[in-house]
Design a protein around this ligand. Structure first.
Ligand SMILES: Nc1ncnc2c1ncn2[C@@H]1O[C@H](COP(=O)(O)OP(=O)(O)OP(=O)(O)O)[C@@H](O)[C@H]1O
Ligand SMILES: O=C(O)c1ccc[n+]([C@@H]2O[C@H](COP(=O)([O-])O)[C@@H](O)[C@H]2O)c1
Length: 210
């Protein structure tokens, strides 16, 4: 086999997010993407300072990183990177990808997002540069019309043709916002996220205050 053919076998999935906290919606999307797109590994990258979120009270990056570690350690194909939480300033994806390109020169990079985030990638910093470096996998969330969306994208952003893939996942209507609100109201969150993460966030007293 020549080296070009070899290259194609290495596919790295990247799952970026605030993960405040990580939950089964994230994990199912990553696992389905891994299998469907034959990714050798999925790297979870918690954001240091989320560029598009104006919540001033995003939890401490180290706590969010720790929760991602706890949630992913039982899957050998999952890894966690502290790249963004160690970098100063907003966590722009383009900067992260430049580092990953150097770290994984032989890999094709696939960025996994929920379909809601897929609608926003064109507003990301240097989105054209991003599209020249990687492909996107958009995981379906409830209420999302993928066919319409892909048609619209192709029409408005012809440069993205062939670079955005749609992945159907068993839709889980779980969000970090809902989990935080439940904790605040004293409602159960068990089975919405891995048990070690639930125990950790309770021990840390996370989300008790608005
Ligand atoms: N239930 C879900 N199914 C599929 N993808 C999801 C789900 N929840 C989040 N994602 C995706 O995971 C990535 C990281 O999401 P993020 O950490 O912001 O979680 P979130 O639940 O959307 O958080 P919040 O409610 O605080 O906005 C985003 O691309 C998002 O679209
Ligand atoms: O680079 C950007 O301009 C940019 C703007 C918004 C979001 N992102 C990335 O998209 C991923 C999901 O973000 P979020 O805010 O939905 O948790 C995460 O990796 C962010 O760093 C990136």
């Amino acid at each position: 086999m020549n080296s070009d053919a070899n290259k194609k076998l290495n596919r790295l999935g990247i799952m970026g997010g605030t993960f405040d906290p990580i939950h089964y919606g994230h994990l199912v999307a990553a696992e389905m993407a891994r299998a469907e797109f034959k990714l050798s590994k999925v790297l979870f990258i918690p954001t240091g300072k989320p560029p598009h979120k104006d919540r001033r009270d995003v939890s401490d990056a180290k706590l969010r990183y720790e929760m991602v570690k706890l949630a992913t350690e039982d899957n050998l194909a999952f890894g966690v990177s502290s790249l963004e939480i160690e970098r100063e300033g907003p966590s722009y994806t383009v900067e992260t990808l430049r580092v990953l390109r150097r770290t994984y020169p032989e890999h094709e990079l696939y960025f996994i997002t929920g379909s809601d985030a897929l609608l926003e990638i064109f507003s990301w910093r240097e989105s054209e540069e991003i599209l020249s470096m990687i492909e996107f996998i958009g995981a379906a969330r409830p209420g999302f019309d993928a066919k319409d969306f892909l048609l619209k994208v192709q029409h408005e952003h012809p440069e993205s043709q062939g670079k955005i893939h749609y992945l159907e996942v068993p839709a889980l209507a779980i969000s970090s916002t809902d989990i935080r609100a439940r904790v605040q109201r004293g409602e159960p969150i068990r089975y919405l996220l891995p048990e070690p993460v639930r125990l950790y966030l309770e021990k840390q007293g996370l989300y008790l205050e608005t």
